[in-house]
Design a protein around this ligand. Structure first.
Ligand SMILES: *[C@@H]1O[C@H](CO)[C@@H](O)[C@H](O)[C@H]1NC(C)=O
Ligand SMILES: *[C@@H]1O[C@H](CO)[C@@H](O)[C@H](O)[C@H]1NC(C)=O
Ligand SMILES: *[C@@H]1O[C@H](CO)[C@@H](O)[C@H](O)[C@H]1NC(C)=O
Length: 556
């Protein structure tokens, strides 16, 4: 049906926006088992990554659903209606004047969605120029690492016993950083960073993914700059893709972020070529965290649900997901990326185990005090880092600025993000390790020990875990570069292998961090301590280059 319509439109009118109908995930237990087996070093499927066509067979929606959804978009005036290669989404382009279907929010009413449609995301074309010169970003993340600080690029590499001049050799090796809203970077600033700290950065190998190059001055622009500075410093001479797939009017703070992330992971997994490493510094409290906070605000403190939701909407980058259904769909997208061979890394968060960044303030009826009380009674996870399919990267700093004395990074609204998911079960590979940790003294309350625990590992995070994540990502890119040059596949969903290596060869690939905790934002009582071995504060610790090469660069 939609093909017939598309044929009638010989020259489609210039599209001003697209609607992407994300289809209800049709994943089965058998796909879940397959995805984990591809990540399991003991399995015969290990690193046998899937093609889009193979994935379409496993998780794609049936042909009837694709046809019905396509017909719905066509009937509404959509042009060039097309399913993605995984058959998990259908996209249509709409001309500027088109208004059929749309509510004031610019999207079709949920009630009009045909069966099989999970979420509809709107993409508005946005072309921004690369910034050549601009005023410094006011954002706190922009550059806490600078001249005079102990945490220079060379000092960090030295702490990890990584050669400071190590450069990738394989043309194919690719790493990516992503964000919506103003996310981007200034090539000029990257050159300045290179000149002052890391002259070997190959700025010619940094490319934009889309026509949206971000907007200097925005919070996410500062974020993108830090991501690019770090990932290019540690992943020297690796091709770096800077991706801004801004999709809606509000992607920088409210639930538009979740829509953008869902759209991004779905789009990326359906591409012909995928990066080997994806570093994601952005996130917020998970949808389940926001649900828990508001439900307790209602049941224990007499607020109304609406009052709580309205208040949350005024808080920057605190509740950026629409629902647990949306985070479940994003989670599946992350799993699919793993099966294509992408290793996805996520910052563990900056608010310890209680907040997105810092505690709540303002609002009427004592709501912020009440939400702070609820936050401190519980452990409140952030997302996407609490996804079982992500390698979650916590933050370390150095006691007395002595690089041989790593401790948990503490700062901002608490420090290194820590804890347990509310929504997602613990993956098999971490159960034993986490059980051993929880048997130790000094454990807090207010979390579900059967869920996914994070972080997995750590790196320097004195500018927040938005710094530690791209550092670790760049290091992993170098390992993957060696693998590709040796004819080995990339590493995909790396969690099971990390737990296997770290428990069988303690101290070799990761140096343990035993000082610090996540009580930081809520007084002394209710947080996770860093301990010997894995902990829900620094994971297995920080990278040790030789051990990482030994255990991850070959499969012998
Ligand atoms: C950088 O990577 C390219 C492959 O893309 C390689 O030919 C070149 O030798 C590398 N540069 C250095 C300095 O190692
Ligand atoms: C994100 O996209 C929306 C819709 O086109 C636009 O209004 C907004 O300005 C964009 N934001 C950024 C920072 O690019
Ligand atoms: C405000 O909230 C705090 C923490 O829940 C509580 O201790 C205090 O009594 C509340 N104050 C008022 C005026 O309700």
């Amino acid at each position: 049906m939609f093909t017939a319509l598309a044929l009638l439109v010989a020259v489609p009118a210039a599209a001003s926006f697209e609607l992407v109908a994300h289809l209800t995930p049709s994943a089965s237990d058998s796909f879940d088992a397959l995805a984990w087996s591809i990540a399991d070093p003991e399995s015969e499927n290990y690193l046998s990554f899937l093609t889009p066509a193979e994935l379409a067979d496993h998780i794609g929606s049936p042909e009837e659903t694709i046809s019905a959804v396509s017909a719905w978009l066509s009937a509404a005036g959509g042009l060039d209606v097309r399913p993605n290669s995984l058959h998990t989404a259908v996209t249509a382009s709409f001309p500027a004047e088109h208004s059929l279907l749309l509510t004031s929010a610019g999207l079709p009413d949920r009630d009009t969605h045909p069966e099989g449609v999970n979420f509809v995301v709107r993409r508005d074309a946005r072309v921004t120029e690369t910034e050549v010169d601009h005023p410094a970003s006011p954002h706190r993340l922009a550059s806490a690492v600078g001249a005079g600080s102990a945490y220079t690029i060379d000092a960090i590499k030295d702490a990890y016993n990584m050669p400071s001049d190590l450069q990738a050799q394989n043309e194919a090796t690719t790493q990516m950083v992503w964000g919506p809203g103003s996310f981007g970077y200034s090539p000029l600033k990257l050159k300045q960073h290179a000149r002052s700290e890391c002259p070997l950065i190959n700025t010619d190998k940094v490319v934009f993914d889309t026509d949206n190059h971000g907007e200097s001055g925005g919070d996410n622009f500062g974020e993108g700059q830090l991501d690019v500075d770090m990932i290019t410093s540690f992943g020297l001479n690796v091709t770096t893709i800077v991706s801004n797939t801004n999709t809606s009017a509000s992607t920088e703070e409210t639930t538009g972020f979740g829509a953008a992330l869902l759209d991004f992971v779905t789009d990326l997994a359906a591409r012909d070529t995928v990066p080997h490493v994806l570093s994601m510094s952005l996130g917020s409290l998970s949808a389940a965290s926001c649900d828990l906070l508001c439900s307790q605000a209602v049941s224990d403190y007499g607020h109304t649900q609406q009052e709580c939701e309205d208040y949350m909407a005024t808080q920057r980058q605190v509740c950026m997901y629409l629902s647990q259904g949306q985070t479940a769909a994003i989670n599946q997208g992350l799993q699919v990326l793993g099966t294509r061979g992408v290793t996805v890394l996520g910052s563990s968060g900056d608010g310890g185990s209680h907040f997105s960044f810092g505690s709540f303030s303002g609002g009427d009826n004592n709501i912020s005090e009440d939400l702070n009380a609820i936050s401190c009674k519980n452990q409140i996870p952030v997302f996407p880092t609490a996804s079982p399919y992500i390698l979650s990267i916590g933050g370390e700093m150095w006691d007395g600025e002595d690089s041989s004395k790593p401790i948990t990074w503490a700062g901002y609204g608490g420090g290194s993000g820590s804890g347990f998911s509310i929504q997602f079960d613990a993956p098999e590979h971490q159960k034993q390790t986490v059980a051993e940790y929880l048997a130790k003294d000094g454990m807090p309350g207010g979390f579900d020990s059967t869920k996914r625990a994070y972080p997995d590992v750590s790196a320097v995070g004195v500018s927040g875990t938005s710094q530690s994540c791209p550092i670790f990502a760049g290091i992993l890119s170098q390992i993957i570069d060696m693998r590709l040059s040796a004819g080995l596949p990339p590493l995909g969903m790396i969690g099971p292998r990390v737990y296997q290596v770290a428990t069988q060869f303690p101290g070799e690939a990761f140096e343990d961090i035993v000082g610090g905790n996540s009580c930081t934002s809520c007084g002394e009582e209710n947080g996770f301590p860093a301990t010997e071995g894995w902990d829900a504060n620094t994971g297995f610790g920080r990278p040790q280059w030789d051990g990482m090469v030994k255990h991850f660069a070959t499969d012998a």
